[in-house]
Design a protein around this ligand. Structure first.
Ligand SMILES: Nc1nc2c(ncn2[C@@H]2O[C@H](COP(=O)(O)OP(=O)(O)OP(=O)(O)O)[C@@H](O)[C@H]2O)c(=O)[nH]1
Ligand SMILES: [Mg+2]
Length: 352
């Protein structure tokens, strides 16, 4: 992932007005969701480069919904052979396709486009993942959401399995999403995790060690200043909606830092944390130029957020009594941070 020219691509596809540009802007440009009503229709593919840190970099390609880039109309007038060349070009270096379907609209046309997209993608690269976002679910109740999910999944899988080489497993996942809550960030996190497939098992292993050795109930590793997480492990899940709580905790920490510690947003060449003494105790570690915050919840839970070098942030949820061992937790976080950097560095030097 280190070569800027060869960055993996995430392709946003789907019918017009399904919400592709809104998703891209809300997730990566901090667009307030309500402002998405003013977005103009996309007329040509738009590329955004996302450089979360030294190791997690990719391009998001937002395609206009009015034509099908992989099917007939995107390659207007193209013969079958040309069409497959166009599809191969579009899908070159593609890490994942995000196919967006508007749940509030008639799903039949969208399902047809999805089937064409999955078949075209499978013909070029059978290992390519297609992540379907059943989008705008804020307009539906839970029963309707599940009905839509079942209906689309069944019709796509039945048709596609009949059309493709049955020996290869179909890489198709479904997510219920809305820009008005955390669901779209969680779903996009899964997409980003697909782009770091080689390093992910090692990162999860390290997160598991941090979690277990520090008596944590739950640990997330986020890309800093985003709501995208690249790993999660749990020992005890004491609450539901933990993702919402943890990503909101980062948000609060960053906003407070924005007001009281502007250096956070201008920092460059951050030092590696070597030991816990460099960290401040509560809301900000000014000396290390890395933020940290502690949130005591009304239950006996604590959320401990620590920004790490390389634009990563670890969020830990634990019981109040386990937090008495903060020095041990800090030590383990520092060891974790250095080990994760090594995993990514090894990954990027292998891919060169
Ligand atoms: N209720 C609801 N509306 C949404 C959501 N996401 C997007 N929208 C609305 O859907 C409309 C279309 O959004 P766009 O992002 O422009 O759709 P698009 O897929 O990029 O459309 P094209 O560029 O024409 O292909 C806008 O009015 C958005 O406000 C959502 O999660 N919930
Ligand atoms: Mg658009």
């Amino acid at each position: 992932m280190d070569d800027i020219d060869g960055l993996p691509k995430v392709l946003l596809m789907g019918l017009k007005k399904s919400g592709k540009t809104s998703i891209q802007k809300v997730v990566f440009d901090n667009l307030p969701p309500h402002d998405s009503i003013n977005l103009k229709t996309t007329v040509q593919p738009e590329k955004t480069t996302v450089k979360s840190n030294e190791f997690v970099k990719f391009e998001v390609w937002d395609f206009p919904g009015q034509s099908d880039p992989l099917g007939g109309s995107g390659a207007a007038g193209a013969s079958g052979g040309n069409r497959s060349t166009i599809a191969a070009n579009i899908l070159e270096n593609c890490g994942a396709i995000v196919f967006v379907m508007d749940c509030t609209d008639n799903l039949e046309d969208a399902t047809k486009r999805l089937i064409e997209t999955v078949c075209a993608a499978h013909a070029v690269n059978p290992d390519l993942c297609v992540e379907v976002f059943l989008h705008k679910v804020d307009a539906l109740n839970e029963v309707q959401q599940n009905d839509h999910l079942l209906q689309v999944r069944r019709s796509v899988e039945d048709v596609v399995k009949g059309r493709i080489d049955g020996k290869r497993q179909l890489r198709l996942s479904f997510n219920l999403t809305s820009i008005y809550d955390h669901s779209v960030f969680q779903a996009f996190s899964v997409v980003v995790q697909k782009l770091i497939r080689t390093q992910l098992p090692y990162v999860l292993e390290l997160l598991g060690m941090l979690n277990g050795n520090s008596q944590l109930d739950l640990t997330y590793l986020f890309l800093s200043r985003s709501k995208i997480f690249i790993g999660e492990v749990e020992r005890n899940r004491t609450r539901t909606r933990t993702y919402d709580l943890c990503s909101d905790a980062i948000d609060v920490m960053m906003r407070v830092e924005g007001i009281y510690g502007g250096h956070l947003f201008a920092k460059k060449n951050l030092p590696q944390i070597k030991n816990s003494q460099q960290e401040g105790d509560a809301s900000s570690a000014v000396g290390a130029h890395l933020a940290s915050s502690v949130f005591h919840l009304s239950s006996d839970d604590v959320i401990y957020v620590r920004e790490l070098p390389n634009e990563l942030t670890v969020v830990m949820m634990l019981r109040d009594d386990a937090f008495q061992n903060k020095a041990l937790i800090d030590f383990n976080v520092n060891v974790f941070s250095n080990a994760v950097s090594e995993v990514f560095q090894a990954g990027s030097s292998n891919s060169r």
